[in-house]
Design a protein around this ligand. Sequence first.
Ligand code: ADP
Ligand code: MG
Length: 701
Amino acid sequence: MKDTPTQLQDIFGSNVFSEAVMRSRLPKNVYQTLKKAIEGEESLSPTIADVIANAMKDWAIEKGATHFCHWFQPMTGLTAEKHDSFISPTPEGKTIMEFSGKELIKGEPDASSFPSGGLRATFEARGYTAWDCTSPVFVKSIGKNTALYIPCAFCSYTGEALDKKTPLLRSMEALNRQAMRVLKALGNTTSKRVLATLGSEQEYFLIDRKFHEKRLDLLLAGRTLFGAPSPRGQELEDHYFGTLDERVASFMNELNLELWKLGVPAKTQHNEVAPAQYEIAPVFGTVNVATDHNQLVMESLRRVAARHGFMCLLHEKPFSGVNGSGKHNNWSMVTDDGINLLDPGHTPHENMMFLVFLCSIVRAVDKYAKLLRASVATAGNEHRLGANEAPPAIVSVFLGDQLTDIFEQLATGEAKSSKSGGQLKLGVSTLPPLPKDSTDRNRTSPFAFTGNKFEFRMVGSTQSTSGPMFVMNTIAADVLAEVADTLEKAKDINAETQKLLTGFAKEHRRVVFNGDNYTAAWAEEAAKRGLPNIASTVESLKTITEPLHGDVFERHCVLSKGELHARAEILLEAYARQILIEAKTTSTMARRDILPACITFSARLAQAVGSVTSAGGDAAGQKVLLTRVCRQINTLQTSVDALDKAIENVVHGDAGAHAAACREKLIPAMAAVREAADQLEKLVDADLWPLPTYPQMLFMR
Ligand code: ADP
Ligand code: MG
């Protein structure tokens, strides 16, 4: 490849109906109307929609598409798509290719087979998908099938959100409304809109596909339910940022090409901490587009991995004993004229704006800590949070030394700047510019300020980024609304701002923590400070419907109380289902894979004892081993029986009770089975052992 740079430039976004494509393919007035619609200033008339649809169809057909599909994000956390061809038969027995504005704007998938948390009964099937024109349509091929993908929101016949996208879009509007009020109150006259930005770093594992095929647990549960620890794990610290393996590098190369074509700005790639673990991060973008992109990243990871003979594991904890995977969500707010509201800036005026937004976020995180915690509560993430490799379940904020210092000064009212020694009066020139990257990094914090953005590190690797991000946008909007209410009435804006910030700093200094979040000492300290520490996913999910949370979503029109209840229900059900699948898979593997192998081995040992003894040899060693193996087989047998009983008896009742029962009864029962089986793995002949082992999966590529 001689001139790679130009080629890459040609490739990037080549399958996206981008702004440039729109401009060249749409009549000028249509293009302008669409742009206004994207900015939320106008809606599209049926005639205009027809023109847009037609241009999209022509473009897609040139790219080889035969179908179009509404691409949406139901509450499964995955994406869904239903394909329709462009074909429309003519009376002469021929066909023409058609795609109308109506088909572009609205779809009608059956809503009853997606999780709805009781919002939709099976007999009330109707649901709608609606084109989200703020996220560009694109052409994607899977195998030989090429289709035009239309990013959509998904709601019920009665208008309730049934997806991950609708609340995200609503939360963006809420944040825009409130942040604009604050900006105006602070004297900004240039900005017209505020957008939330997201850059999500995605961690994943790659293992050889041949191992995956022999493991029902990976196939059905996405993680290993059995496996003795590898004699070598991550202790050599040689994988992180290590040289890329050739096969992995080829995989990454193809992955990047696919993503770039789809306009996903894949940027960073490297080996992660655990063996066989990797990371990919894009350049950040507007939060809804970045969320769509992250879905494409997860899906492409799986698909491209298969092509390279790999299995991509996105689960939060595929292997016990080595690090799990997260998804760091880097979040900030930016104005349409390019001001990053979390950028400390260089002038006192910018500092004031910055401090208002920074302190508001700290307040939001402290006030709604339980909601943020719940936004990352899943069955998979339960293995991670608080497991000394990921942040604990305690939500705290890392500000770094310099900002903490300023925060503390604010809390004591009369803030003195440490650098100049002068009075820190906001908007007055004695306030020094805040240098960027002034402080060290803290890898253990769940919510860290990293120079000009916050990094929310509790998010699980399989999760849609939508949930944590619509919570973030909503709670930020809520505090900004409070700030705007005060500042809009203020006579002396500087004095009022100073007072407000002092109040925030005093009230919320408890949530600021710059130390090591992994220690027991922090858990103790956090308890003293009164910070919630909810380790259980089920307990955390139950807090979703607390009045404080219902009110904040309702106040900002992000979710009605009914929609919120439905969501809590869906998440609890998903937890219970996941644990039940794991429990049943554990039982099946123990009975059908592991026990038979162990029984064969014990028979072989018994034979050895017999034949060695009759030949006059000393079979003492064989006997010891036989006794050990038989004892362990017994333990395994008993524990599987107990697990099956627990599965049978698990209480159903409401979603909360069911999920709690799964957690309390099934998880310990599964752990007992695993313990017995893992002990046997250490005793049984390697040739007889039916499952690929940890060392094989983690190190053989
Ligand atoms: P690290 O691993 O050190 O945290 P990375 O470079 O891997 O850093 O990831 C940082 C992520 O943060 C990238 O996706 C980057 O685009 C994103 N990012 C940078 N600035 C912003 C911002 N203003 N808003 C949101 N995300 C941002
Ligand atoms: Mg990071």
